[in-house]
Design a protein. Structure first.
Length: 95
């Protein structure tokens, strides 16, 4: 299984260090491994990417977190190349 570091996630998802740290500290995002070094899987990365897109679409952090947690439990995310059209079909009914 491939793991990504905090810094790699910041670059891949294009999010500032402070913002990613805030999402983690507030429980919106959960790394796969927290100690001794935070590590993220492809599934985590997909969740972060979609979380960010939902926020950019105007959806609240609380609502985005619930959607991602529910989707991950039901279907799981395979990788960052998730079909964004299907994601959009699920997101926009929430608006």
């Amino acid at each position: 299984m491939k793991y990504y570091t905090f810094t790699e996630v910041m670059k891949i998802v294009d999010v500032r260090r402070e913002r990613l740290r805030q999402w983690i500290d507030n429980g919106f995002i959960k790394p796969d491994i927290r100690k001794p070094i935070m590590k993220f899987t492809d599934m985590n990365l997909s969740g972060i990417f979609i979380f960010k897109m939902m926020l950019e679409a105007g959806i609240s952090r609380k609502c985005a977190k619930k959607y991602i947690e529910g989707t991950m439990k039901r279907k799981g995310f395979v990788n960052i190349t998730v079909n964004m059209n299907k994601v959009a079909e699920h997101i926009f009914p929430l608006l």
